[in-house]
Design a binder for this molecule. Structure first.
Ligand code: BTN
Length: 335
């Protein structure tokens, strides 16, 4: 069990507690004195925390003398609200919320190594070193996307663990479709796509012994309310807001996503990985009959996708007629 908490984590928990208090009193000015009393700190600490929240982008108005209130209802993924939404699930118990983290995957990896339980959730409002596949960075603008990592200790063989990436894609697709009605496509192995642009990605990392998984962390990044992206991503990335012109509650989406994940995960453990491969093939337009370019790191070629193997690897039929099994690589659609 991870007993000792890092001080940043403790502070984030308290800051989130302050946001919750202000949210629960959204229409009134809450005096610094009352906040101090309810949270059990001094008034000067309250003032320091309010200053910190403002630095982190939470719109707290007011002054120490008059009291504080939230200018706008904050869409903050506070542990309290998440816990409420996730009550009764495996994800409702151990929630680590950060206003700013380097990478939720890095935090979850460290938690995994110190014995944290299955079901722990690490979520950040912003990542300063968000990680994507193949050593790429994951753009993690504050308060607009969902940056979450969950810790699992599944009884799976190490070769089966990558299937969790595909499963997470299916769960995210279901959650987004349920809330927005948007048709999300899945690009093998880990991309959520809308109209050829990337809506989200999944980075699964594991710690394993030769025959058994010790723990797996599944990190998911979902673009929700981003209005625009840096120039280098603009042509390739999209968000739910960019697709529909409206903002969505990150809390609602995250809760739905984790609930879908739990049900898909239990099914996988019960019925095995074959169901995941089958469902991925059904919902991904990339799995079969798509003209693609594949970059594996050692070679680049073009071909037509031809389904998945029983282990979830992508088959690509090349011009010469041979079928190549892609174990890892980047797949790009060719128009
Ligand atoms: C990819 O498509 O390359 C995978 C992107 C995964 C991004 C998420 S955001 C939350 C978690 N923390 C990270 O540092 N990465 C994953």
């Amino acid at each position: 069990m991870a007993k000792k908490k890092k001080s940043s984590e403790v502070t984030d928990r308290r800051l989130a507690g302050l946001v919750t208090l202000l949210m629960e009193n959204a229409t009134i000015v809450v005096s610094g004195e009352r906040i101090a009393r309810e949270i059990g700190v001094s008034r000067s600490t309250v003032w320091r925390w309010v200053t910190r929240l403002r630095e982190l982008g939470v719109k707290v108005k007011g002054r120490a003398a008059t009291g504080y209130f939230l200018e706008a209802m904050a869409d903050i993924l506070t542990p309290e609200l998440l816990r409420r939404g996730l009550r009764g699930t495996m994800f409702g118990k151990r929630i680590y919320h950060f206003f700013r983290a380097d990478s939720t995957n890095s935090v979850a990896l460290a938690l995994g190594h110190t014995g944290e339980e299955e079901g722990a959730v690490v979520v950040a409002e912003e990542q300063t070193a968000g990680r994507g596949r193949a050593g790429r960075a994951w753009h993690s603008e504050r308060g607009t996307g969902i940056y979450v990592t969950i810790l699992l200790r599944p009884k799976l063989a190490p070769v089966q663990a990558p299937l969790l990436t595909m499963m997470a894609g299916i769960s995210a697709r279901t959650a987004v479709a349920a809330i927005t009605g948007l048709p999300v496509d899945l690009k093998w192995p880990n991309d959520l796509m809308i109209a050829g642009k990337k809506l989200g990605g999944i980075l699964t990392e594991m710690h394993a012994e030769p025959t058994a998984v010790k723990f797996v962390i599944v990190g998911m990044g979902l673009n929700v309310n981003q209005e625009k992206f840096p120039a280098e991503l603009a042509g390739a990335a999209t968000s739910l807001r960019a697709e529909t012109g409206r903002n969505y509650s990150r809390l609602e989406i995250l809760v739905r996503l984790l609930r879908e994940f739990e049900s898909d995960y239990n099914r996988l453990l019960r019925e095995g990985v074959a169901g995941v491969v089958k469902r991925f093939e059904e919902v991904s337009s990339y799995a079969r009959g798509k003209k693609v370019r594949v970059e594996t790191g050692t070679e680049t070629f073009t071909g037509m996708t031809a389904g998945l193997t029983a282990e979830g690897l992508l088959l690509v039929e090349r011009a010469a007629g041979d079928i190549f099994t892609v174990i890892a690589g980047d797949v790009t659609e060719l128009k």
